[in-house]
Design a protein around this ligand. Structure first.
Ligand code: PEP
Length: 257
């Protein structure tokens, strides 16, 4: 973490879990467990229909509402889709794009991820852009090449002013939901490279201002070590964000110096 130049962000990803009726109780329990003095932004990315509850009850404990996906289209005949304008209208502050589960199960391409990020920026929603290599790519020493490609593709056509409002999440696919975490050194190495790519594209001032998160089985036990790395500015957390005490403990780790 480097609080001097950028925000520390702890973002939960509930995926398709929890119920709208449970949001208030969850946040009450989270509030009880979270440190009063916090040095990070706390976000919960929830299914779109739970966003209004997250906005309403999250105010009290300073938890921002995030979504998990958005349409690339502004509006129109796109049954089932949710636009950035609709997300903004109900108070969404962040939205994940390019999560590996969407890339895999919904065949989302890098150019679609880019279009979604732009749609969000146009409505002042912070995109949390996910990138990450497969186990096969890692074993074949293709990690850096692939991550560089993904970052460049995701940021194509996004200008320096806008990129300061983007968050990048490095999520090695082999570490998501598997209980296998990248070591702090492995995660730092890739996050540092992502910052180097941003530096090449936008210059040093912009690169040092962009928050880069690690995601992949981050939990209460390993968060402190991962967050102690200079280029890891927070976490995107799946499983551990479903338990208030565990998520609060990660927030506490992110609030320590
Ligand atoms: C995720 O879904 O973004 C994620 C990192 O999940 P988990 O923490 O469960 O590995």
């Amino acid at each position: 973490m480097n609080r001097k130049y950028r925000h520390t962000v702890i973002a939960g990803n509930w995926k398709m879990n929890q119920l709208n009726s449970g949001v208030k109780v969850f946040l009450e329990q989270l509030k009880e467990n979270m440190p009063k003095a916090r040095a990070c932004d706390v976000v919960l990315c929830v299914p779109a229909l739970m966003v209004p509850s997250m906005v309403r009850y999250g105010k009290d404990c300073r938890v921002a509402a995030g979504a998990q996906d958005v349409s690339k289209h502004e509006k129109g005949a796109y049954t089932g889709e949710i636009s950035a304008d609709m997300l903004a209208d109900v108070g969404t502050r962040y939205c994940i794009v390019g999560h590996s589960e969407r890339r895999e199960y919904h065949a989302e391409s890098d150019s679609l991820v880019n279009e979604k990020a732009k749609a969000l920026l146009a409505k002042n929603i912070i995109p949390i852009i996910c990138v990450g290599e497969s186990l096969e790519q890692r074993e074949n020493n293709l990690t850096m090449e692939y991550i560089t490609y993904q970052v460049c593709a995701a940021l194509s056509g996004i200008d320096a002013q806008q990129v300061r409002h983007c968050v990048i999440a490095y999520e090695p696919i082999w570490a998501i939901g598997t209980g296998k975490t990248a070591s702090a050194e492995q995660a730092e190495e890739v996050c540092r490279e992502i910052r180097a790519v941003i530096r090449r594209l936008y210059g040093a001032r912009v690169a040092r201002a962009v928050s880069i998160l690690y995601g992949g089985s981050m939990n209460a036990g390993n968060a402190a070590e991962l967050l102690s790395m200079p280029d890891i500015d927070g976490g995107l957390i799946g499983g551990a964000s479903l338990k208030p005490a565990d998520f609060a403990s990660i927030v506490a780790s992110a609030s320590q110096d």
